[in-house]
Design a binder for this molecule. Structure first.
Ligand SMILES: NC(=O)c1ccc[n+]([C@@H]2O[C@H](COP(=O)([O-])OP(=O)(O)OC[C@H]3O[C@@H](n4cnc5c(N)ncnc54)[C@H](OP(=O)(O)O)[C@@H]3O)[C@@H](O)[C@H]2O)c1
Length: 270
């Protein structure tokens, strides 16, 4: 991932992908990452692959990017596959495909998500179509993907679902009020699903603060710098911070389920 640019005061202190004890703690395991070609998804994909996992890079519109990413990963068996989270039939087909190809699924990362900046007071700017699209992808998509892959995840008795939510779900500060509500719903789903799917499947939210993706780099620089100033750890999150949290949940936290893990540099404390 591209490093945080010069005007950010603190140097990134993210752990490197190879720093976890044991070179390939996820060897022999299989993961599906929805939104796997996106800014955060690609980092999760690379991190899981570096840990020895075979990864299916799920995409919606970014097939070429997903295929290039899968081809560039360390290890064997990675591939890109359509995973449109508003199309339950397509998700079921992918689950059948993963079963046939790999006969297992250990980790599902629900990373697909959409948003658009609309000021919170601008209720007219948040039309029904935008609200429906945000809720369909960010909330219904998590349910649909978990439903589709549940039998495979449960099969080995140690499945894991990681939902990429956002601190917007708890702070109610974010790109628009429907997005904030969608991420609150994701965190709520994490708890319900953790209870309902235990003990065979753990379900955890990883909740980033503002992540320094290409999209965020393109926003107003003064606003972005203000977010850094308001963050006690004095930088934005790097996609690798999020990916390393997913890796930690998958490797070092086997007794954690139904939890919401912030990756936000302490931003809500300011
Ligand atoms: N960036 C941040 O500051 C931040 C902070 C907190 C949480 N998050 C969350 O992190 C996740 C990834 O965000 P990002 O920053 O990496 O954004 P991104 O680069 O725009 O990635 C979004 C991903 O979602 C996928 N997607 C969109 N609609 C889809 C659909 N209908 N079906 C399947 N996939 C779909 C896209 O796939 P295609 O390109 O293939 O269409 C893309 O890979 C999102 O859930 C977001 O809410 C981001």
């Amino acid at each position: 991932m591209t490093a945080v640019s010069g005007h950010v005061s603190a140097a990134p202190d993210t752990a490197s992908r190879s720093s976890l004890p044991g070179a390939t703690p996820l060897a022999g395991k299989v993961a599906v990452v929805t939104g796997g070609a996106g800014g955060i998804g690609a980092s999760i994909v690379r991190t899981l692959a570096a840990a020895g996992c075979t990864v299916v890079v799920g995409y919606n519109a970014s097939g070429a990017t997903a295929r290039a990413l899968a081809a560039d990963l360390p290890g064997q068996g990675h591939r890109a596959a359509p995973a449109p989270v508003t199309d339950s039939a397509a998700l079921a087909a992918l689950a059948a495909d993963v079963d046939e190809e790999h006969g297992r699924l250990d980790i599902l990362v629900n990373c697909a998500g959409i948003t658009k900046f609309v000021a919170h007071a601008d209720l007219d700017g948040l039309d029904d179509d935008l609200v429906d699209r945000i809720l369909s992808v960010n909330v219904r998509g998590v349910i649909a993907a978990t439903r589709a892959f549940r039998p495979l995840l449960a099969h080995g008795g140690r499945g894991l679902v990681v939902n990429i939510s956002s601190i917007a779900g708890t702070t109610a500060m974010g790109s628009n009020i429907a997005y904030c509500a969608s991420k609150a719903a994701v965190d709520n789903l994490t708890k319900s699903l953790a209870r309902a799917l235990a003990p065979a499947i753990r379900v955890v939210s990883v909740a980033p603060g503002l992540v320094d993706t290409e999209f965020v780099k393109g926003l107003d620089e003064a606003w972005r710098n203000r977010q850094v100033e308001l963050t006690p750890l004095a930088r934005l999150a790097d996609p690798d911070d999020v990916a390393n949290a997913v890796l930690a949940v998958a490797t070092l936290m086997p007794f954690t389920t139904g939890a919401i893990i912030p990756v936000d540099g302490g931003r809500p404390l300011a």
